[in-house]
Structure formats: structure tokens, C-alpha cells
Design a protein around this ligand. Structure first.
Ligand SMILES: C[S@@+](CC[C@H](N)C(=O)[O-])C[C@H]1O[C@@H](n2cnc3c(N)ncnc32)[C@H](O)[C@@H]1O
Length: 285
């Protein structure tokens, strides 16, 4: 089923008129592909789909969840985790408390990766982990901390790369057992995160398009990876403004591997690969 730009506008306007969701500033290309998929999964023409959206609020909520992309993995992009492990988190380690926000946390693999890394760095107890997403289903999945094993075997490779290997000293291998952090049940085909990890994060539904800071906190580190790639330039800059205003001085924002900050606000950050640090140098008093 092919969706035209006009179809997309009809969909966006309908959702905006009947709900608080606003996809106006999402990137058109990916939204079109998602709408095509949702229409085909529902076996519906656009006009009947819109009619159902306006009449059935549960269907509307489900559509919003289906239209967003939730792909994620444990220690996704190990290079980024090396940067967190060797540069970013050590620089925060002397703070009394470390506040970390995962914006667009999806099903939680990024959150658990952070919890595990903090544990390995002996910073677990003094860290607060906040996690938000627009989609309450993925938040519930994150709270459960149960993942498919066979489907996600790559998780263990990433775990090894980040926690056992040292990219600065290739021969060195640290012994870190999986069982300290999760249980692998090959018969049931599941990985279950250990309770002490599951119980730590604070979750909230949050829409980056329109909501203010979800917690009354200033963050030392914000991870917003593979989320703004679905937003247009204008919305990306709006979201960067939200992050900037709620980051501590010398706090950092980490974006996904294919994302960068291009607007004027980028001049207020020190950039190193996908990491943007709010530095005094760029914010003189
Ligand atoms: C591809 S996942 C990224 C997950 C994780 N950060 C990672 O990099 O592996 C993108 C997430 O952004 C969420 N998202 C999309 N639009 C959003 C919005 N307006 N506000 C908050 N979250 C949003 C989606 O629900 C999805 O869970």
C-alpha cells in the first residue's frame, strides 16, 4: 500500500485533532514507511483507518505505538559504550549524585546496559536512573526486564566487548559473569535481568514533542539515541533546547551513531563524536 504526502498529512492532521499527539515535525520519509506498514498490518484503506482512529481511542493509542520504531539492544554500538566507560562516566564519578536520563528508552536494553556499567564502575548506588518513552507498552516491557535469548544472542557479544575487553589494551580480558546481572534460561529462551537492576530506574511516559522535563532534576548525562533521527530539523532543535536547559554544567548529551546536532544551539556544546558536553568554555558568564 503506497502512502502519498497528502495521505500522510491527512493522518497527521487527524491524530492532531483528536489527541495530544503531534507528528507534524517527524521526518516525513520514515513516517510514510511506518504508516504504510500500519495500514497493511491492519488491512485497511486510509479513509476507514482514519474513521476508526477518530472513533476508537484504544485503536488510536495502539496506532501511536505502532507508528514509532522501538528497535534497541543491550550495549548497542559498543564504541559509544567505550566512550561512556572510559571518558564520560569517569568525569562524573566525583559528583555526590549522578543523574542520568534515558529519553526514548524503548524496551529498556539501554537502561540495563547503563545499570550494569555503573555497577562495574562502583557507581551504582550514587546514581539515579530516569527513563522515559512516549510508548507505555515499551516502558512496561522495560520494567519487566525479560528478553528473548536466541533472538538476542548479539547482546552477549556486545556485553563482552564493553565489559570484558579493553579497546586500549587488546590482550586484556576481564572476567565479568553474566549471572551477576541476568539469568539465561536456554530452555525457555529468555534472559531475565536480576531484581536489583529491575528495581532501580524511575520510569515515566513522556512525549519529547510537547512535554517539559519529566522529573524535577538536573541531569549529568542524557542519552537520547536513535530517537531524533525520526524528527525533522526544527523538532530536533526544540528537543536539544529541552536537554540543554536541564543539563548540569559539564553534563553531556549522547546521541545515536547516525545523529548529530546541527542548529545554532550546537555552539553551546563541546562536541566529541556523538557526545555533546555543556561546557563553561562555550557558556561564559
Ligand atoms: C529506536 S528506539 C531507541 C531506543 C534506544 N534509545 C536505543 O538507542 O537503542 C526509539 C524510541 O523513541 C521513542 N519515541 C518516539 N517518539 C517519541 C517522542 N515524541 N517522545 C518520546 N519518545 C519517543 C519510541 O517510542 C522508541 O521507543
Amino acid at each position: 500500500m503506497t502512502v502519498t504526502e497528502q495521505d500522510l498529512q491527512v493522518f497527521i492532521n487527524a491524530v492532531k485533532n483528536i489527541s495530544a499527539y503531534d507528528f507534524t515535525e517527524y521526518s516525513e520519509k520514515s513516517l510514510m514507511r511506518r504508516l504504510e506498514k500500519v495500514l497493511s498490518d491492519n488491512q485497511m484503506e486510509l479513509h476507514e483507518f482514519i474513521k476508526k482512529l477518530t472513533q476508537d481511542s484504544i485503536f488510536l493509542e495502539k496506532t501511536v505505538k505502532d507508528i514509532t520504531v522501538n528497535t534497541t539492544e543491550l550495549f548497542r554500538d559498543p564504541v559509544a559504550w567505550h566512550m561512556l566507560k572510559y571518558q564520560v562516566i569517569p568525569a562524573l564519578s566525583s559528583r555526590d549524585v549522578i543523574n542520568i536520563w534515558h529519553a526514548g528508552c524503548s524496551t529498556g536494553q539501554e537502561v540495563y546496559s547503563m545499570l550494569i556499567l555503573l555497577c562495574e564502575m562502583n557507581l551504582f548506588d550514587k546514581s539515579n536512573i530516569y527513563a522515559t518513552d512516549i510508548n507505555t507498552d515499551v516502558i512496561e516491557a522495560s520494567k519487566k526486564g525479560i528478553y528473548k535469548y536466541r533472538f538476542n544472542l548479539g547482546y552477549l557479544d556486545n556485553f563482552d566487548k564493553v565489559l570484558k575487553e579493553n579497546p586500549n589494551n587488546p590482550g586484556e580480558i576481564k572476567d565479568v559473569s553474566y549471572s551477576k546481572y541476568f539469568e539465561i534460561n536456554k530452555v525457555k529462551d529468555i534472559i531475565t535481568m536480576n531484581k536489583f537492576l529491575i528495581n532501580k530506574p524511575i520510569y515515566k511516559k513522556h512525549d519529547l514533542v510537547r512535554d517539559p522535563n519529566p522529573f524535577e532534576v538536573v541531569y549529568d548525562l542524557i542519552l537520547c539515541r536513535n530517537v531524533i533521527i525520526y524528527f525533522n530539523y526544527n523538532l530536533q532543535n526544540k528537543v536539544f533546547g529541552l536537554f540543554y536547559n536541564n543539563l548540569s554544567m559539564d553534563g553531556s548529551l549522547l546521541l545515536g551513531m547516525h545523529e548529530s546536532m546541527l542548529g545554532p544551539i550546537s555552539s553551546r556544546f563541546e562536541k566529541k563524536a556523538q557526545l555533546y558536553t555543556k561546557s563553561k568554555k562555550f557558556n561564559p558568564v
